[in-house]
Design a protein around this ligand. Structure first.
Ligand code: ADP
Length: 379
């Protein structure tokens, strides 16, 4: 328990990991390239450094027993080197490298008989367009950048020829446009002793007009057999990867009932924030336990929960001001998290709110009462 843990990345996920490390007195250190980040504010164990830079990651990692991540965009070569020197690196550098590249991820799922849609890799725009012209690639399709896409950036839905001019000119893959009935996520923790603990299935509800995540609800209202099927796929993935740490697997359920893996995030995830208030142990508690090879108790969700991200309001850029605090702080089952970011801009993730309830109906009613109360604007 007293091994020194180094976390690469100082965003809100790092901040919440630090918070979870306190009750068990874990020795957690953070590296990020600015003091002006959510994690630096909550721990003196902060090292300034670039998580994508080989030397910086080596220098940081050399003083740690265990190195982990809160974002995938890290220097994997340095992690390989640290592992070779006998450091414990979780998740394994090869898994981080594979997941960072959505094309390699897709190949992994296919090779390991894990359900995901068919796909084709492309080097550039010209290759893709040639295949459309000669009829080997048919519309509609979805094109995704292999690297560095997030929150929908790097994803293009092409339904008509007019959109072909906008396709990405970079390594990418295409897959069929899925007739999505719903989007779900499952978080699993696994330690080096191979204990596994899985969180309930979360439904990600998207805004009907914008392609924006509106809220997440846990547990989802899906039929039990579908939830178990997704949890079993997530468990299969961590076993096949020999994964240590926490991983979030995102799924589509198609209108025909088929379950497809969309993508994975090998770290704490947006879809697990609610666990802080709604489960016996949070995803942050479980990640730290997993990498320290501590016991992973069964996850019990004691309240229904809805989590809504608080993003910067449109039209406001600058020093943060939070509106609606009093009403929300007066509610007995609404939990506000602000990430300490001093500047807002439209759509920047500034915090989240978890709403809880004894039943599905209770939590929906709580959410509907307060969902628009908090506004992140500028001064
Ligand atoms: P990101 O990593 O940027 O979140 P995703 O692969 O999750 O990218 O895609 C973003 C969103 O685009 C998904 O949540 C889903 O709503 C939609 N989407 C992605 N792939 C498909 C697909 N094959 N068919 C239909 N919609 C898709």
């Amino acid at each position: 328990m007293f091994k020194r843990i180094g976390i690469l990345g100082g965003g809100q996920l790092g901040r919440m990991l630090v918070s979870s490390s306190i009750p068990l007195d874990m020795d957690v250190w953070i590296m990020e390239n600015t003091h002006d980040c959510p994690s630096a504010q909550v721990t003196p164990n902060f090292i300034l450094g670039d998580i994508t830079n080989y030397e910086d990651v080596i220098r940081f990692g050399e003083n740690m027993d265990i190195i982990t991540i809160e974002i995938e965009n890290v220097n994997v070569e340095a992690l390989r080197q640290l592992k070779e020197k006998g450091k414990l690196v979780y998740p394994d550098p090869e898994i981080i490298e594979m997941i960072k590249d959505k094309g390699l991820q897709k190949q992994y799922y296919h090779k390991n008989n894990l359900p995901t849609s068919a796909f084709t890799l492309w080097n550039n725009k010209a290759d893709l367009l040639t295949s459309v012209e000669n009829g080997t690639l048919k519309l509609p399709f979805v094109q995704k950048l292999r690297k560095e896409g997030y929150d929908g950036r790097g994803v293009l839905v092409v339904t008509n020829r007019e959109q072909l001019k906008d396709v990405f000119d970079a390594p990418s893959f295409t897959e069929p446009l899925v007739n999505i009935a719903g989007e779900y996520a499952v978080i699993v923790a696994r330690n080096a002793s191979k204990d596994i603990s899985v969180f309930p299935v979360v439904e990600q509800v998207f805004h009907p007009d914008a392609n924006l995540l509106d809220y997440l609800i846990s547990p989802s209202a899906l039929a039990q057999h579908s939830q178990e099927a997704m949890q079993n796929i997530a468990i299969d993935i961590v076993e096949k990867m020999d994964f240590v740490g926490i991983i979030a697997i995102e799924f589509f359920i198609c209108k025909n009932g088929e379950i497809l893996i969309n993508e994975a995030a090998p770290r704490p995830h947006n879809s697990g924030h609610h666990s802080i208030e709604s489960c016996n142990y949070s995803q942050y508690d479980m990640h730290l336990r997993a990498i320290l090879d501590l016991p992973l108790p069964k996850i019990v969700q004691h309240h229904h929960a809805i989590m809504k991200n608080l993003v910067g309001s449109q039209g406001y850029t600058g020093d943060v001001k939070v509106e609606g605090l009093t009403e929300v702080l007066n509610s007995e089952s609404t939990y506000l998290h602000l990430y300490g970011k001093k500047k807002t801009k439209p759509m920047r993730k500034m915090g989240h709110i978890t709403f809880t309830g004894k039943t599905y109906e209770d939590v929906l009613s709580n959410y509907n009462t307060f969902k628009d109360t908090i506004k992140i604007i500028s001064q």
